[in-house]
Write a protein that binds this ligand. Structure first.
Ligand code: MN
Length: 194
């Protein structure tokens, strides 16, 4: 069956605590992400999109089909970017590229934090690779860098549903804590991909 599936999380539901609670995972992954998957499968049934890959649907669709497809992809990419807190930031290739691009790792954190904090309303902040350079980007609602020909390396979901149960209206606190659960090994693997 060529239906779109909800991929398994790469960690246990409580693994990101205390940064992201199991309760948030249960709603954000179990309800929101699942709903985008269900909506998309309902929308593409009996259309030319049925049987296409998620990426193909994202590149070719507009409106509700695009919104749900991109949200499925963005959320899977977000979960895959995360790991339990308390681990070292490895001195790997993407780390070196970040220092070369932003002057220092702290310089990157400042700019990524600013992009995440200032995004108005719902959306995503990203670290992307474009023309072999690193950039920080923002996308509103479901928009995704793939549609602009950009390679995503890392994202933070700043829709309220990502943080409201744990941080209520304190988006800056969520962003600050989020920096402790980035899986830099995964980001490095993405950076090294063509
Ligand atoms: Mn979300």
């Amino acid at each position: 069956m060529a239906t779109i599936i909800l991929p398994a999380l790469p960690f246990l539901p409580d693994a990101l605590e205390p940064v992201i609670s199991q309760k948030t995972i249960e709603f954000h992954y179990g309800k929101h992400h699942q709903a985008y998957v269900n909506n998309l499968n309902n929308l593409i049934k009996d259309t030319a999109f049925f049987g296409l890959s998620l990426e193909q649907i994202i590149m070719r669709s507009e409106g509700s089909i695009f919104n749900n497809a991109a949200q499925v992809w963005n959320h899977t990419f977000y979960w895959d970017s995360l790991r339990a807190p308390g681990q070292q930031t490895p001195d790997n290739e993407v780390h070196k590229a970040i220092i070369s691009e932003f002057g220092s790792f702290e310089g990157f954190l400042e700019k990524f934090t600013a992009a995440s904090t200032t995004l108005f309303g719902a959306g995503w902040a990203w670290l992307i690779k474009k023309d072999n350079k690193l950039e920080i980007a923002q996308t509103g609602n479901a928009e995704t860098p793939m549609r602009k020909g950009q390679k995503a390396l890392l994202t933070i979901d700043v829709w309220e549903h990502a943080y409201y149960l744990d941080y209520q209206n304190r988006r800056p606190d969520y962003i600050k804590e989020f920096m402790k659960i980035i899986n830099w090994d995964v980001v490095n693997d993405r950076f090294l991909e063509v």
